[in-house]
Design a protein around this ligand. Structure first.
Ligand code: PBG
Length: 328
């Protein structure tokens, strides 16, 4: 049996899928092959909201699973909608990598060193809001495109030819903000000028982790060994990562937050406690509701309850009044 692993064609998707395929083959002892799946998000160039949100990246891979064109799909967990997918299971959340966002600025500048009015590119309302809250004078420019396209707009980054900012030209930004995880996976951490700590910039729920999905029939069964694929998937799962992302996603679901809602969330286990921090911001950066909670219930139910509890605290503090949570 050859296990077919569906992937998008972007460099990030190919890299993370190939790494996962290698790990599955190593632990499972079966051959694997990559199956290329085109998604609307790769084909169209309009704004993500016009296409129905980042869920478009996920939907085509899920269709391919359900149509039996592949057996396993690897997603960036932060792109996965919180609603359940009928017939599919979240089979594994491998150990999470760096959750932080990073600044990639010309001349190695840090956030505090950027000149007044500096042009910072991001397509994420969450990043825009937290940048404005930290530095009200910045000019936040809405951008999209793959990681290389974004990096290409900042002059003087390693790999870019010019070192001047020229508005209206392709090198028109002082900096972009990206996830450390994506840069780490494609081997481009050389462009980072500053790691933004979570007290300044809370990441998106699920940032830095992968979601490995399969048809429910192939998923690791709760008791019992399951088939060879199920066993290999179970071996790739990291329980602490699963707890953390369960809490983060329960918070999002309770907020009924769309994928473009300005919400940051980060959970992590320390000893016997699971901690969760979250923020909801007005996109203009003028108002922020932020809080944290912890639980000693280190189970999926405990993590879910933690997410719900913190979401309700944020709502009681006015989260729905300062931000359009349904933005998708
Ligand atoms: N929004 C697109 C996206 N989806 C996943 C990652 C990589 C980071 C991750 O896996 O969490 C990125 C790029 C980015 O946000 O910089």
């Amino acid at each position: 049996m050859t296990v077919r692993i569906g992937t998008r064609a972007s460099k990030l998707a190919l890299t993370q899928t190939q790494q996962t395929a290698d790990q599955l083959a190593a632990v499972g002892g079966f051959p694997v092959e990559l199956v290329h799946v085109r998604t609307d998000g790769d084909v169209l160039t309009g704004s993500l909201s016009q296409m129905g949100g980042t869920g478009v990246f996920v939907a085509a891979l899920r269709d391919a699973l359900l149509r039996d064109e592949c057996d396993v799909a690897v997603h960036s967990l932060k792109d996965l909608p919180t609603g359940a997918a009928v017939g599919l299971s979240l089979a594994a959340t491998p150990r999470r990598v760096d959750v932080r966002d990073v600044l990639c600025a010309r001349g190695g500048l840090k956030l505090a060193d950027l000149p007044a009015g500096a042009r910072i590119g991001t397509g994420s309302p969450r990043r825009a809001a937290q940048l404005r809250a930290a530095r009200a004078d910045l000019d936040i420019v809405d951008i999209r495109g793959n990681v290389d396209t974004r990096l290409g707009r900042v002059p003087g980054l390693p790999g870019n030819s010019t070192d001047q900012v020229v508005p209206g030209k392709s090198c028109d930004l002082d900096a972009v903000v990206l996830a450390a995880a994506g840069l780490e996976r494609i081997g481009r951490l050389d462009v980072v000028s500053e790691y933004l700590e979570t007290d300044v910039m809370l990441p998106a729920a699920g940032q830095g982790s992968l979601a490995i999905e399969c048809r429910t029939a192939d998923a690791p069964a709760k008791p019992g060994p399951g088939g060879v694929l199920a066993q290999a998937l179970a071996a790739l799962d990291d329980p602490d990562t699963r707890l953390a992302v369960t809490a983060e996603r329960a918070l999002l679901a309770r907020l009924e937050a769309g994928c473009a809602a300005p919400v940051g969330a980060y959970a992590y286990r320390r000893g016997s406690m699971l901690h969760l921090e979250a923020v909801v911001c007005a996109v203009d950066g003028t108002a922020t509701v932020r809080d944290k909670r912890a639980t000693d219930g280190l189970t999926e139910v405990g993590a879910t309850l933690l997410g719900i509890e913190l979401a309700e605290l944020l709502l009681a503090a006015g989260a729905a009044d300062i931000a359009d949570l349904q933005a998708s």
